[in-house]
Design a protein around this ligand. Structure first.
Ligand code: ADP
Ligand code: ASP
Ligand code: MG
Length: 473
């Protein structure tokens, strides 16, 4: 392992405008003086949402959106260039090239009134392709040697648009061949997050929020010593600070705990972020780019015991409960298998499963975005059984959320489930479904979405997460 190499990722808010980019450039400059660094950047905050929104409007035939979008993006990015960069011409030329592509893609979409997953990936990737050259040029203005690199040259993925998976061996070969020579010359590569390409060179994206994943993919591919994810909060907190104002920063957390939190909706980390680094045991830090003097959260293979069992809470909203059932399913031994091979074929992410034998129902939860096509596919799969009333329904419940209570030490702490559900009872919150994995590092339950904030605040208090543990601070 090249323990000196650091991969640093800066999220949308850390490159959101000229002031943020200036701060980011200072952080990189300071680190690059000591160690070789690879920088990964997101789009400026809000840009990816805007690109996707425009693509959808174009697909509905709105022919003016492409031109409007390119104007807005040009002035936003040009303002940052103006404020930060000494040598503006070459960077503006690069940006204009990307903006011209944006316009062509949106105009083409409006003309055809069709938006394929591949075109949506092309359009949604443009934000990173605009921000990376600016950050690289800002570093050059500070006196560093830096180059922006398209991740299509580095990260090789499968062809699953909108949520591609990396091929790690091919990525390792490409990333090493492209980046090592730059690092050897003291050049800081600034790589577009979120993006990859198939072995044939077709652009893909890794899923929303995927720049965190880009950083750990590159960290593993380059045998980095550590990956630092710079964001707009002090680290991984005991709960989402937007919902629980008393949330505290967790100084050290294990891969498993952080992965559970990410998987169950803690937006600070993309759900797959820790997968690439787990095997090599590379340390991941979460730090605040607005307050770089703060220590942040260290994510390590083993974490650190804080004695109390529960470490953090999280919630996934925007999810849908799907139930397949009816009394007849008792006589159909393959219902479970058929249900989940259907979701697997769709690559719908099943977030929680609960089977109730008395009601003869299999319930599971998927992201709201996956719900419609999942239900459609299930109705097709069970068409015969529905017609013969062996399966009576494939139903949907919306406006629900999953709350997860996470902590590796819960295993040795009896009563966590009891305390959690007693707290829900006191708050009059109805539990729709409950699940606890055999690893016992997570208890999750389903409630109505409107009760999420109340549930998180009550559980946070119940487990004293608002009070510093002895080894915190
Ligand atoms: P970036 O643009 O840097 O990728 P994100 O917006 O994706 O940042 O993620 C950071 C946000 O995640 C924070 O502003 C915070 O509101 C939210 N968040 C949710 N849960 C947590 C948590 N447990 N700890 C820290 N932040 C959290
Ligand atoms: N820009 C992408 C998004 O908004 C990726 C990221 O920010 O991580 O989803
Ligand atoms: Mg993010």
């Amino acid at each position: 392992m090249n323990s000196a190499l650091q991969v640093m990722k800066f999220g949308g808010t850390s490159v959101g405008d000229a002031t943020c980019i200036a701060r980011t450039a200072q952080i990189v400059a300071k680190a690059a003086r000591k160690n070789p660094c690879v920088v990964v950047v997101s789009a400026m905050s809000g840009v990816t949402n805007r690109l996707i929104e425009t693509a959808r409007k174009a697909a509905n035939g709105d022919a003016t959106e492409g031109a409007h979008l390119t104007n807005v993006l040009r002035s936003q990015h040009a303002a940052a260039v103006e404020a930060l960069i000494a040598e503006r011409q070459s960077v503006m030329q690069k940006l204009d090239g990307v903006l011209a592509e944006a316009k062509r893609l949106c105009d083409g979409t409006a003309l055809l009134r069709e938006l394929s997953p591949r075109t949506l990936d092309e359009i949604s990737s443009l934000g990173e392709r605009l921000s990376a050259p600016i950050v690289a040029a800002a570093l050059v203005t500070l006196g560093l040697r830096s180059e922006s690199i398209d991740a299509t040259e580095l990260i090789v993925t499968d062809a699953f648009h909108g949520g591609a998976e990396p091929h790690m061996e091919l990525t390792r070969e490409k990333a090493q061949a492209r980046l090592r020579p730059l690092l050897a010359q003291g050049i800081v590569p600034v790589v577009t997050g979120f993006i990859g390409a198939t072995a044939e060179g077709r652009l893909t994206t890794l899923g929303r929020g995927g720049s965190d994943y880009s950083a750990t993919i590159l960290g593993a591919a380059l045998d980095a010593g550590e990956v630092v994810i710079w964001t707009d909060v002090d680290g991984v907190l005991t709960a989402d600070p937007r919902l629980v104002p008393e949330a505290r920063t967790i100084p050290v957390i294990s891969y498993r705990e952080a992965a559970e939190l990410a998987y169950f909706g803690a937006k600070v980390l993309h759900p797959k972020t820790l997968n690439p680094v787990m095997q090599a045991g590379i340390t991941v830090w979460i730090r605040n780019s607005i307050a770089p003097e703060r220590p942040g959260t260290k994510i390590t293979p083993e974490g650190r015991s804080i004695g109390g069992g529960v470490k953090a809470l999280t919630a996934i909203r925007d999810v849908t409960l799907i139930a397949v059932g009816g009394p007849g399913i008792v006589g159909l031994p393959d219902v479970v298998g058929r249900t989940f091979s259907t979701t697997a074929d769709l690559r719908a992410n099943v977030l929680l499963i609960s089977q109730s034998s008395s009601q003869n129902d299999i319930c599971f939860i998927v992201s709201a975005g996956d719900a419609e096509r999942t239900v459609e596919a299930l109705r097709k799969e069970f068409a015969q059984d529905l017609a013969h009333h062996k399966v009576e329904h494939v139903t949907v419940v919306n406006n629900i959320a999953i709350v997860a209570v996470v902590g590796e030490n819960m295993r040795g702490t009896p009563g966590v489930a009891g305390r959690t559900f007693a707290a829900m009872g006191r708050e009059n919150i109805n539990l729709i479904a409950i699940a606890q994995g055999s690893s016992e590092s997570n208890i999750s339950f389903v409630i109505e979405d409107q009760a999420v904030k109340k549930a998180l605040i009550a559980t946070h208090k119940e487990f004293g997460l608002d009070v510093a543990a002895p080894d915190q601070d």
